[in-house]
Design a binder for this molecule. Structure first.
Ligand code: ZN
Length: 129
């Protein structure tokens, strides 16, 4: 008796072997670069989306727009602070600041790719010593 369902052996793909897929590298050095990339992305997205969120919430909520915009601004400052006060995994100094308190805090810190102190580029693999 012929089967009603035609089974093709070529359309079936063997499942990949079970491997742990780490979300972050286990090496603290590489983990630090991944943390910097993640917070930099979050800070850029929150910075770029603040104005559209403010305009949209003002149009939809009227006078209550501040209820949306203030937490969004707070989140943007937290994310920017995580990037600003990021410690370079190579020299342990602040990656983009000369002075941690009144150093040059500017949006350019979000696009800086080299450490101001040791000059290492963002994401550079660790050199074995
Ligand atoms: Zn450094």
């Amino acid at each position: 008796m012929a089967s009603l369902i035609e089974v093709s052996s070529q359309s079936y793909r063997m499942p990949a072997p079970d491997r742990p897929t780490p979300l972050l590298p286990l090496d603290p050095y590489l983990n630090a670069w991944a943390t910097l990339r993640r917070w930099r992305r979050i800070a850029l997205v929150s910075f770029c989306s603040l104005l559209p969120v403010a305009v949209l919430s003002e149009h939809t909520l009227g006078a209550w727009w501040i209820v949306i915009v203030l937490p969004a601004m707070a989140f943007m400052f937290v994310a920017s602070g995580r990037v600003t006060w990021f410690r370079c995994p190579n020299c342990r100094e602040f990656f983009g600041l000369n002075n941690p308190i009144w150093g040059p805090v500017s949006p350019m810190i979000l696009v800086r790719h080299k450490c101001l102190h040791c000059g290492i580029r963002k994401g550079t693999p660790k050199v074995p010593s």
